[in-house]
Design a protein around this ligand. Structure first.
Ligand SMILES: Cc1cc2nc3c(=O)[nH]c(=O)nc-3n(C[C@H](O)[C@H](O)[C@H](O)COP(=O)(O)OP(=O)(O)OC[C@H]3O[C@@H](n4cnc5c(N)ncnc54)[C@H](O)[C@@H]3O)c2cc1C
Length: 434
C-alpha cells in the first residue's frame, strides 16, 4: 500500500454492519466516521413505549461457518432459532411461501391457470434461452399464470419499477425455482419441503437486531469511532478526508456510504465518474411501525401481499418470532408500503391500512392498533437496470485504483443481507491487514 501519509490510519466511512465489521477485523489503526448519532445503519432497532421495531424485519440468515461462529461467540445462547413461517396473502387466502410451489388453497381457476402455464413454459424450448429481463425470467421460469398472480405484481410493488426494467441476473440466488413435480405436489397440498435461501433464521431474544450490532460494537478495539460526523469531502489526489471542518490524511479508505454519495463528495470528480454515478437508481422504502393492543392471533412471521388493492407488499410480526419485542400480551409489526408518492400523514393512511391488515389477519381487528409510526429508508433496493453492471464496475475500479474500497450493500451498490455485510467488512480488513 503506497501512501504519502505513512502514519495515517485506515478511514472507514459509515458505521453500519459493513463498517463495524471492517473495524472489528482490522489489525491496523482505524478511524470510523458515522453521520448518525449511533452505529448500526440499517441494523438498528427503534423503541417506543416498550415496543421494538427494526428498520423493517431484519432476520438473520446465516450460511457461512465463520459468521455462525462469530454470532455464537458474540451472543452465546442469546439468539433464538426460528423456523420460518412465511405466507402469501392473495385472493383472500393465506398460502405458503414461495407462491410458485404452494398453489394449494388458492381458488381453483387460479391454480389451474398457474399450473397449465407452468407446464406450458416448462415444455417450451424458448424458456431455456437467456431471459431478456426480470419479467421475461418470470414468464420463462414460472409461466404466465404464476407471473401474473404473484411474481410481476409483487415485484412491481417491492421495487417500485416494473420487472421489465430490471435485469434477470440479480434474482438467481433469491428467487427459488421449483421442479415441475414440486409445483404439482404443492398445487394439490402434498406439500414439498421448504424452499429458498431463508427457511430458518436467528433473532436476538431481546432488543431487536440492534442487540447483535451492539455486541459487535462492544468488541471494537484499535481505533476511534466518531458518530454524528458526516463526511463532507474526499480528496483522492492528496488522500485526505474532510469532516466537520477538519481535514485528515488516510492510508486507505473503506467506503460503506451509498456509492452516489461517495462520488458526490469527491474533490475534482472526473466527468465520466459523475455520469456513471448519475445513472445509479435506488428505491426508497416507506414503512410503518405498528403497535397492537393484543398479540396477533396469526402465526406467521411475515406475509407477501401481491395484490394492488392492498396498500402494502410485506407485513411482518416481530412478536411472533420473539414476544419480548413488545410488552406482554401486545404485538409489534412492520408494514412495508407500496406507495412512493408524496409523503402522506400517518393519520390519513392508517384507517385504510388497519382495515387491510385486519383483512390479511395480521392484526386481530382494525381497532386493535395502539399506535403507528411512519418511517422511510432513503436507500433500500438498488435497481438492477441495463446501466447497472457497467456503471458500478466503472466506479468500483476507479475507487479501488485510488485505495478507496467501496463495500457493503450501498457502498458496493448490491442486494445483500446482513451476513454478507459482515463478511464484506472482514474481507476488506484482511486485505488491508496484509
Ligand atoms: C427493507 C430492508 C429489509 C432488510 N431485511 C433484511 C433481513 O431480514 N435480513 C438480512 O440479513 N438483511 C436484511 N436487509 C439488509 C441489511 O440491512 C444490510 O445487508 C445491512 O444492514 C447493510 O449494512 P451496510 O453497513 O452495508 O449499510 P448501512 O447499514 O446502510 O450503513 C451505511 C452507514 O453509512 C452511514 N452514512 C451514510 N452517509 C454518510 C456520510 N456522508 N458520512 C458518514 N456516514 C454516512 C449511514 O448512516 C449508515 O450508518 C434488509 C435491508 C432493507 C433495506
Amino acid at each position: 500500500m503506497q501512501s504519502p501519509h505513512s502514519d495515517a490510519r485506515v478511514v472507514i466511512l459509515g458505521g453500519g454492519l459493513t463498517g463495524i465489521s471492517t473495524a472489528y477485523h482490522l489489525r491496523r489503526p482505524w478511524l470510523l466516521l458515522e453521520k448518525e448519532s449511533r452505529l448500526g445503519g440499517h441494523a438498528r432497532t427503534d423503541e417506543t413505549q416498550g415496543f421494538h421495531f427494526d428498520k423493517t424485519g431484519h432476520w438473520l440468515h446465516l450460511r457461512d461457518p465463520y459468521t455462525k461462529g462469530l454470532v455464537q461467540e458474540l451472543l452465546p445462547g442469546q439468539m433464538v432459532p426460528v423456523e420460518r413461517k412465511a405466507r402469501i396473502f392473495s385472493h383472500g387466502v393465506l398460502t405458503r411461501f414461495p407462491f410458485q410451489a404452494n398453489l394449494f388453497g388458492l381458488p381453483a381457476n387460479v391454480v389451474s391457470e398457474c399450473l397449465i402455464e407452468f407446464v406450458r413454459a416448462h415444455a417450451d424450448p424458448a424458456s431455456k434461452e437467456p431471459p431478456k429481463n426480470f419479467e421475461d425470467f418470470c414468464n420463462k421460469k414460472f409461466g404466465a399464470g404464476i407471473s401474473r398472480h404473484f411474481m410481476i405484481p409483487y415485484n412491481q410493488k417491492l421495487w417500485g419499477v416494473h420487472p421489465r426494467e430490471i435485469t434477470a441476473e440479480w434474482c438467481s440466488r433469491f428467487v427459488p425455482i421449483p421442479k415441475l413435480e414440486d409445483v404439482i405436489k404443492g398445487a394439490v397440498g402434498d406439500v414439498p419441503p421448504e424452499l429458498g435461501y431463508n427457511i430458518s433464521f436467528l433473532y436476538p431474544e431481546k432488543g431487536g437486531i440492534e442487540t447483535l450490532t451492539r455486541a459487535l460494537v462492544a468488541r471494537l478495539a484499535g481505533g476511534d469511532v466518531h458518530v454524528s460526523t458526516p463526511v463532507d469531502r474526499l480528496d483522492l489526489a492528496n488522500r485526505t478526508v474532510t469532516y466537520g471542518g477538519e481535514t485528515i490524511p488516510w492510508r486507505a479508505m473503506v467506503a460503506t456510504i451509498p456509492l452516489p454519495e461517495l462520488v458526490a463528495r469527491l474533490a475534482d470528480c472526473p466527468k465520466d465518474i459523475e455520469e456513471a454515478a448519475g445513472k445509479l437508481r435506488c428505491t426508497a422504502v416507506r414503512y410503518l411501525n405498528v403497535a397492537t393492543k393484543s398479540s396477533p392471533k396469526a402465526d406467521f412471521h411475515w406475509i407477501y401481499v401481491p395484490e394492488e388493492k392492498y396498500p402494502f407488499y410485506r407485513v411482518g410480526i416481530y412478536t411472533n418470532a420473539v414476544p419480548a419485542m413488545a410488552p406482554p400480551g401486545r404485538g409489534s409489526l412492520y408494514v412495508e408500503l407500496s406507495d412512493r408518492g408524496a409523503m402522506p400523514r400517518v393519520d390519513d393512511i392508517m384507517p385504510d391500512v388497519a382495515q387491510a391488515l385486519a383483512a390479511a389477519g395480521a392484526i386481530n381487528s382494525a381497532d386493535d392498533v395502539l399506535f403507528a409510526e411512519l418511517k422511510e429508508l432513503k436507500y433500500a433496493y438498488v435497481v438492477f437496470d441495463d446501466n447497472y453492471y457497467s456503471c458500478v464496475d466503472k466506479l468500483i475500479k476507479y475507487f479501488e485504483a485510488n485505495d478507496v474500497f467501496p463495500r457493503g450493500r450501498y457502498g458496493s451498490w448490491i442486494y445483500n443481507a446482513m451476513e454478507d455485510s459482515i463478511l464484506a467488512g472482514r474481507e476488506v480488513a484482511l486485505r488491508l491487514n496484509q
